[in-house]
Design a protein around this ligand. Sequence first.
Ligand code: ATP
Length: 323
Amino acid sequence: SNLVVCFGEMLIDFIPTVGGVSLAEAPAFEKAPGGAPANVAVCISKLGGSSAFIGKVGEDEFGRMLADILKKHNVDNSGLRFDHDARTALAFVTLTAEGEREFVFFRNPSADMLLRESELDIELIKKATIFHYGSISLIDEPCRSTQLAAMDIAKRSGSILSYDPNLRLPLWPSEDAARSGIMSVWNLADIIKISEDEISFLIGADDLNDDEVVLKRLFHPNLKLLLVTEGSAGCRYYTKEFKGRVNSIKVKAVDTTGAGDAFTGGILKCLASDGDLYQDEKRLREAIFFANVCAALTVTGKGGIPALPTQDAVQRTITEVTA
Ligand code: ATP
């Protein structure tokens, strides 16, 4: 059924109502649904694909709101659990005038960190054509063990494992813990999407553009596809057979929130219906271009989920720019 099951955190971002201020200076905050794996699930559904989300929120108004957002976007939320004690995670996020991202997280612990293995919907995981996850859910127990168990179930039932390391350094106890935590599941993934910033954190800034170094340090024998997103420049790709770059399209950037998740949603939507496309460079490049357009359109709107494009919008844009 081409189902993509996304595992991990779903939370509420609080974003200043005015841009370019520090969290301390912000006069007021707007709430916005967030959490990378949840964004990816919504993106796939908006693109006309089939997706489900597995995670945990609090049994509170925010948790119910997030469950409704999934449902409203046609994402299967039957694997979402509600914690009776811990609250839905909150994150206050700002991009300061200096371009620095500032975060304050409310996770002491939050519900997403408390998903237990016994709460997993095993049948749902077994149905996944693609099982997608990040690294934030690997930081704390019991969620970490739950994720490893879910990955194992998915792998055994023949799902493609898709990993977005999605570095959130302030959530890890230390830089070394982040590096080793992110790398601890590296060799299990079939597909990895990573940004340039994350590569420089993992393997060092100098080596960023050296294909040899990237391949030597980050490609593992079972990896089918490594994607390196480069912001407005587009995306680099590496498979066992070939490597290259696909440019993004020129857009007026309003808010880059969710660009990476829209890219992931776009590529997974394509892979869910054509699981071997990475073996054919032409089909791979088309899928990456589709994902680039998906992400570029997201950048033209405010917020993460609200700015995700529909299949029609992506197709229309592709027709326009390739005409
Ligand atoms: P974020 O954390 O903001 O979601 P990211 O750092 O994970 O993003 P980026 O490499 O910034 O990921 O962007 C992901 C993809 O989005 C790029 O590969 C590209 O396709 C698209 N993109 C991002 N910014 C732009 C832009 N200004 N113009 C066109 N495309 C863009």
